[in-house]
Design a protein around this ligand. Structure first.
Ligand SMILES: NC(=O)c1ccc[n+]([C@@H]2O[C@H](COP(=O)([O-])OP(=O)(O)OC[C@H]3O[C@@H](n4cnc5c(N)ncnc54)[C@H](OP(=O)(O)O)[C@@H]3O)[C@@H](O)[C@H]2O)c1
Length: 328
């Protein structure tokens, strides 16, 4: 697998990152171990989890299945979402971050986290409190780098500005939702990350499975899938609307044309998009992993890229259209 810089750091990560959100949920421990072993054997070195995934179970499994191979892996986890019933069991306060970094280290069975990410913006904590705490963790050696997830562009720009002014460790990466279905970050976040040199680690690159082509318009969502088995939305922000079906059709057409699967086409589009570091793939079994490993190492033709961009077009709105017009 190709290696890419983790933003402006000297650390290199594989062009696919393995997400551990299914560990302890769709994938039991034995399956999770087989998935991680195969991913590392295929040349991957980047694994992403979060304290909140199955309330710590994903981190525990990740820690156990990485035993003996920890040094080979750039390990990412996150903090921010609710871990208990108390008023301080959530958020990005110094108190919550400090307690949770210790809990994550314990569950992961490691002395350090390579990339510690804030899972989402926190309206209730001053940004200075959060960033200074993260800076301390880097200096204490508990954390190598810090990253953000689910930030708006103004929030990320403000955080980068504060870190620069105070000489604190800056966020080196952003983990946003990004796929052919969910292209909103192209308005502001992606240009900001490219300008500031942040790594971009897209989550739900298959829009939760929609882009695998397993769902068909007008038919019930099949059992044994995220869409068919849970009440939760397939992806947190998007639904199977007309635009999504149009995109799935375009992905299927390109896939048929070149003898790949729809999932491979959708992942390939993302992995080689300018500014993208490593899409975070999620799988429930070894078969899905094997198929998704086939998404890299080849390129879509210009005509195919155009067809995908056309089908997934979205309204950019003001001021983006105006700026483009002024520049033309
Ligand atoms: N920062 C955040 O807020 C955030 C949010 C979500 C996820 N994440 C991270 O991103 C990772 C990936 O997210 P995601 O799981 O939503 O990614 P995704 O790639 O959009 O969806 C993965 C799901 O699609 C289906 N799938 C995957 N490969 C397939 C294949 N080859 N054929 C058919 N179906 C396939 C599987 O679901 P079924 O088999 O159940 O259909 C799988 O669980 C997570 O593990 C986590 O690390 C972060």
């Amino acid at each position: 697998m190709e290696m890419r810089a983790l933003g402006r750091t000297g650390t290199r990560v594989s062009e696919l990152c393995l997400g551990a959100m299914t560990f302890g949920r769709e994938a039991d421990e034995a399956t999770s171990k087989a998935i991680v072993d195969r991913f590392l054997d295929a040349g991957g070195n980047f694994v992403d989890t979060a304290n909140v995934y199955s309330l710590g179970v994903s981190e525990e499994i990740t820690g156990r299945v990485l035993a003996g191979r920890r040094d080979d892996v750039v390990l990412a986890t996150k903090v921010r979402f609710t871990m208990g019933d108390g008023p301080n069991d959530v958020g990005l306060s110094r108190r919550h971050i400090r307690m949770n970094v210790e809990a994550s280290l314990r569950r992961l069975g490691t002395d350090w986290i390579d990339l510690y990410q804030v899972h989402c913006w926190d309206n209730h904590t001053p940004l200075e409190e959060t960033i200074s705490t993260l800076d301390d963790l880097v200096h204490e050696g508990k954390v190598r780098y810090v990253g953000a997830s689910n930030y708006a562009a103004w929030q990320l720009a403000k955080a980068l500005g504060i870190a620069a002014l105070r000489n604190w460790e800056p966020f080196v990466s952003l983990q946003p939702e990004y796929s052919l279905v969910t292209r909103d970050i192209e308005r502001e976040l992606l240009p900001l990350c490219r300008d500031a040199g942040l790594a971009v680690l897209p989550w739900s690159p298959l829009a939760g499975g929609i882009l695998s082509g397993k769902y068909h318009q007008g038919q019930d969502l099949p059992k044994g899938t995220r869409g068919g088995d849970t009440e939760e939305p397939i992806t947190f922000t998007y639904r199977l609307d007309d635009r999504a079906w149009r995109i799935v059709d375009a992905v299927r057409t390109v896939a048929d044309e070149i003898g790949k699967t729809p999932a491979q086409v959708a992942l390939n589009w993302l992995a080689y998009r300018p500014g993208i570091t490593s899409p975070i793939i999620g799988v429930r079994n070894l078969g899905q992993l094997e198929a998704n490993l086939g998404a890299i190492g080849w390129r879509l033709e210009d005509e195919q890229l155009k067809a995908l961009l056309w089908a997934s077009a979205f309204p950019r709105g003001y001021p983006y259209d105006f700026i483009e017009y002024a520049d033309s």
